[in-house]
Design a protein around this ligand. Structure first.
Ligand code: NDP
Length: 457
């Protein structure tokens, strides 16, 4: 396709004007504005140089959710006290398929965070090549310290409202921070009771009731497969590499597992209280301890050093000061500052594959891109989770179960295809691959073309 050359000052002006428009409406939604600006910086120039998108206001339509649902979630705690939380579902874009995206239960959840996540999800889902639109939801409910009964009552109340707005062909939620197998079970149970139907309305389900093998592992595994793809462009691999990982939840655990299986040494894990540093590496048996600690006992990562006294716990800090070649941020948004990005580079880190969504601040992203290291934004590198959710939806529709090997090989192929899409749109004249640009434009083209075909809806 012939691309028109547009003067840089015109591009800058258009980005500014577009961002002013978004800010006029949502000036206080900082995370949302951050996610939109990152996309605008690469997609606006592409729109300006591409006649078919001109004047169609595609990006202006994409930043406005198709629907925002906000609802009361009342529930009763173990002491008999009534608690009221706030529930949300952002149905962002359904141009290429039913809304799809996780639910987050965390006290910081608000409209800005969910809109940023839903916006990113639209691009990410398009990159997977599967027919999934973008959405996100959740609640300001804090699962920490709650009993299983309290979690169940909360999930049931949450679903008693959400169930009116979702469905296997409408909107298919999954897990995210604070929503794992236990919560998906309670949510699915209430949906089934209210609607009297057993469908693929949620993904991340248990294996005996519609779940897919590899779904729990998929985000973490995919993040490592993506790093492997990036390294391959340099004739390099994971074997022998030192890796720092943040987080100790679902994504971090399986990123650690796959990286270790592929010959790397993971030396850190973290949670919101601090990080552990195990110079000897977190091998399979140590990871099994972490999984039991976090998933069954619901403990804190600092307990690792009681079991493995050669490791250290560093309270109140993130792991980015530890020497590594590869960093896999797998906790939360904005967890790598500009300063931390510089420290990572000074310590020899040259690969960042984001397991979390938007873990690098805009300053950190600029530093990584200017240094021309291998840097993959979450919407490309963590897309394995939603891709495997898409595979779970396919298996539910076909009423079948694929083997572990089948799902894993499809996941690998999808991650490699996403990498190729990033190459197609992100390769610079000097050969450097700008994965941010590549992912944004590749995701945009797929959604934008569907929106063009469907008219102004
Ligand atoms: P989990 O709830 O399983 O784990 C989250 C981990 O991150 C915990 O260790 C948690 O520590 C830590 N964390 C959360 N918030 C903070 C914070 N503010 N500061 C420091 N640490 C924090 O979530 P997931 O592993 O599922 O999700 C992690 C990231 O990956 C998120 O950004 C999510 O959006 C993204 N993601 C997840 C996918 C999935 O399939 N689950 C798919 C794609 C992306 P603590 O327990 O102390 O809160």
């Amino acid at each position: 396709m012939e691309l028109k050359v547009v003067k840089p000052e015109i591009v800058r002006l258009q980005i500014k004007e577009f961002m002013n428009l978004v800010k006029e409406r949502d000036n206080h939604q900082l995370e949302f504005l951050q996610a939109v600006e990152e996309v605008a910086e690469t997609v606006v120039p592409y729109i300006l140089s591409n006649e078919i998108y001109k004047g169609k206001q595609i990006l202006t339509r994409m930043v406005e959710p198709e629907r925002v649902l906000m609802f009361r979630v009342p529930w009763v705690n173990d002491e008999g006290k009534i608690i009221v939380n706030r529930g949300f579902r952002i149905q962002m874009n359904s141009a290429i398929g039913p809304y799809k995206g996780g639910l987050r239960f965390h006290p910081t959840v608000n409209l800005s965070i969910l809109k940023f996540l839903a916006f990113e999800q639209v691009f990410k889902n398009a990159l997977t090549t599967l027919p999934m639109g973008g959405g996100k939801g959740g609640s300001d409910f804090d699962p920490k310290g709650k009993t299983d009964d309290e979690i169940m009552r909360f999930c049931h109340s949450f679903m008693s409202e959400l169930s009116r707005h979702i469905g296997a062909n409408t909107d298919v939620p999954a897990g995210d921070i604070g929503v794992g197998a236990r919560e998906i079970g309670f949510l699915f149970g209430m949906y089934k009771r209210l609607r009297n139907e057993f469908t693929g309305v949620l993904t991340g389900k248990g294996m005996s009731w519609g779940g897919s093998l590899i779904r729990p592992e998929a985000t973490g595994y995919g993040t490592v497969y993506f790093a492997q793809n990036m390294l391959k462009t340099k004739g390099d691999g994971l074997d022998g590499k030192i890796i720092t990982v943040s987080g100790s939840g679902n994504v971090a655990q399986y990123a650690c597992e796959k990286a270790t299986q592929l010959g790397a040494k993971v030396v850190t894990l973290s949670d919101s209280l601090g990080f552990i540093y195990d110079k000897e590496g977190i091998d399979a048996s140590k990871l099994a301890f972490v999984m039991d600690l976090k998933n069954n006992k619901r403990g804190r990562i600092k307990e690792y050093v009681k079991k493995y006294p050669n490791a250290k716990f560093i309270a109140g800090e993130r792991p980015w000061g530890i020497r590594c070649e590869i960093a896999l941020p797998c906790a939360t948004q904005n967890e790598i500052s500009g300063e931390e990005a510089k420290t990572l580079l000074e310590n020899g880190c040259y690969v960042i594959s984001e397991g979390a969504n938007m873990p690098s601040t805009p300053e950190a992203v600029r530093i990584f891109l200017n240094a021309k290291i291998l840097y993959a934004p979450g919407k490309a590198s963590n897309a394995g989770g939603v891709a495997t959710s898409g595979l779970e939806m396919s298996q539910n529709s076909l009423r079948t179960n694929w083997t572990r090997e089948e799902v894993d090989s499809k996941l690998k192929k999808i991650m490699s295809d996403i990498h190729d899409s990033c190459l197609e749109f992100g390769k610079q004249e000097d050969g450097y691959i700008d994965y941010v640009k590549g992912a944004n434009i590749a995701g945009f083209v797929k959604v934008a073309d569907a929106m063009l075909a469907q008219g102004v809806v």
